[in-house]
Structure formats: structure tokens, C-alpha cells
Design a protein around this ligand. Structure first.
Ligand SMILES: NC(=O)c1ccc[n+]([C@@H]2O[C@H](COP(=O)([O-])OP(=O)(O)OC[C@H]3O[C@@H](n4cnc5c(N)ncnc54)[C@H](OP(=O)(O)O)[C@@H]3O)[C@@H](O)[C@H]2O)c1
Length: 231
């Protein structure tokens, strides 16, 4: 039986992003969604992964808006104004690796820690956007050291929490969700406009998949198409 009931209440974390705003738009129009809230690093209740204390404060501030049956975290970075993904080992540097681990793995895992308390114990899903390039098994091309490593770390954190939730919150599923290549700020320097899908299509596909998930799907790495990805 699908875990997200109808009607449901939703929260999008990173709602200022390309995929985050597309998800907000669709959820706002979804007649089964009775309420949807969005937060990001500049929202009234900010969540900023450069200041990890904001995660617990935001969860506490939003607690009275719950319980939520669906939480989707879209926060993630691939590049900044200072650097692009590494093409070769020679490009690897501590600053970039630390930053990506902080934003793509530490922030999202602490978000699971604090925001999972806002999930409905009777039936809920928390999806965190990962990336197929974070799959160790699927890594054929190499490169992008920090991004790959940070998403692989994220995947392990999600899987580990899902195992614990299997015992403590059996009606909550935690999943790592791959959106596919999407035309966004993040993919722009990598021909995102040419090879990426429109964010509305990606958001629609991902919501369709999320609405079909049941508790057996917890702890999986799943694609926008519904395909299970190798870790
Ligand atoms: N686009 C793709 O092709 C693709 C492929 C695979 C996976 N993904 C994953 O999908 C997710 C969404 O990506 P997107 O394409 O929508 O990218 P995007 O448009 O760049 O959005 C990224 C989001 O992350 C937020 N963010 C960045 N640094 C942050 C920080 N330090 N603290 C809090 N929030 C921060 C941004 O907030 P601001 O608006 O304040 O900057 C924005 O809300 C990411 O996790 C990404 O890894 C994307």
C-alpha cells in the first residue's frame, strides 16, 4: 500500500532551486495536497548548510505545521563560483571536497535527523535528491571526485537511517532519489540546457514515483523513472 495517503501535507526543502520550485508548483496544484510549505536558505525560516545549526532551528520552527506525509529535500551543489568539478586527480583539493561533503552529505543527513521528527508516523516518505553519479557501482567515467564522493556518502547515510527506521518508524520510508539530468542552474555549465529535461517533467516523474512507494521501498536508491539504481 502506498505510504503517502490522500490528502497529504508536504514540505520541500530547497524550494528556491530549479527542481525545488518545480516541485512546489506541482504540489500547489495537486488537489490531494492539502498544504505545501517550502523553505530554503533565504526563507523566513532559513535552512543554510553553511551554518548547520539552522537545520535543527528550522525543524523546531516548523514543527507546529506538521505532521507531514511527504518531505523532499532538493538541496545540493556541484560547482561554485570558485571551482568546477574535478576532471583529474590533480584537481582534487581539500576545500572543494569538504564543501561538497558538507552541503551534499552532512547537511542532508542532519536534515533527516531533525526533520524526520515532523513526519507522520502513520505513513510518510522523506526523499533526498541524490545523483546517479554517486553510485560506486555505476561509476564508469571517473572524474567529479568531490560530487561523486559526497553523493555516495549521502546514499550511505540514507541507507543506514532507513535500516534504523525499519525498527523504530516502520511506516516511514527514506529514499535517495535521482532526478535525471535536468535543465537547471546546477547542470548549466555541463550542457544542461541541451541535454537536460525541463524541471517540470522531472518533478512530475519524481512525484509519480514517490506516490507509489511503500515501506518495502525504504532504503533504496531510486530513479525518476522508478528504476532501482545500484549503490
Ligand atoms: N540538475 C540535474 O541535472 C541534477 C542531476 C542529478 C542530481 N541533481 C540533484 O538535484 C538537486 C537539485 O538540483 P537543481 O538542479 O535544482 O539545482 P539548483 O537549481 O542549483 O538548486 C540547488 C538548491 O540547493 C540550494 N543550496 C545550495 N547551497 C546551499 C546551502 N549551502 N545551504 C542551503 N541550500 C543550498 C539552493 O539554494 P539557493 O537558491 O539559495 O542557491 C537551491 O535551493 C541537487 O541535490 C542535485 O545534486 C540534479
Amino acid at each position: 500500500m502506498p505510504l503517502v495517503p490522500q490528502p497529504f501535507r508536504a514540505l520541500v526543502i530547497g524550494s528556491s532551486g530549479t527542481i525545488g520550485s518545480a516541485l512546489m508548483e506541482l504540489l500547489e496544484k495537486n488537489p490531494s495536497c492539502s498544504a505545501v510549505y517550502g523553505i530554503h536558505r533565504s526563507s523566513l525560516t532559513p535552512v543554510d548548510y553553511q551554518d548547520l545549526n539552522t537545520i535543527e532551528s528550522a525543524a523546531l520552527a516548523l514543527a507546529n505545521l506538521g505532521p507531514f506525509q511527504l518531505i523532499i529535500n532538493t538541496i545540493g551543489i556541484l560547482h561554485t563560483e570558485h571551482w568546477m568539478p574535478e576532471k583529474k586527480l590533480e584537481d582534487l583539493n581539500a576545500e572543494q571536497l569538504q564543501m561538497l561533503i558538507q552541503v551534499n552529505a552532512i547537511g542532508p543527513s542532519l536534515t533527516i535527523k531533525y526533520f524526520s521528527k515532523l513526519l507522520d508516523p502513520a505513513g510518510s516518505i522523506m526523499a533526498t535528491l541524490s545523483a546517479k553519479v554517486g553510485s560506486i557501482e555505476d561509476n564508469r567515467l571517473g572524474g567529479w571526485y568531490s560530487y561523486r564522493a559526497s553523493k555516495a556518502a549521502l546514499n550511505m547515510l540514507i541507507k543506514t537511517a532507513a535500516i534504523e527506521f525499519g525498527r523504530t518508524r516502520p511506516n516511514t520510508a527514506l529514499v535517495a532519489l535521482h532526478p535525471g539530468t535536468v535543465n537547471s542552474r546546477l547542470s548549466k555549465p555541463f550542457k544542461g540546457e541541451q541535454i537536460g529535461r525541463p524541471p517540470a517533467d522531472a518533478a512530475s516523474d519524481m512525484l509519480k514515483v514517490l506516490f507509489t512507494l511503500n515501506k518495502e521501498d525504504s532504503g533504496t536508491f531510486i530513479s525518476y523513472s522508478g528504476e532501482r539504481l545500484p549503490w
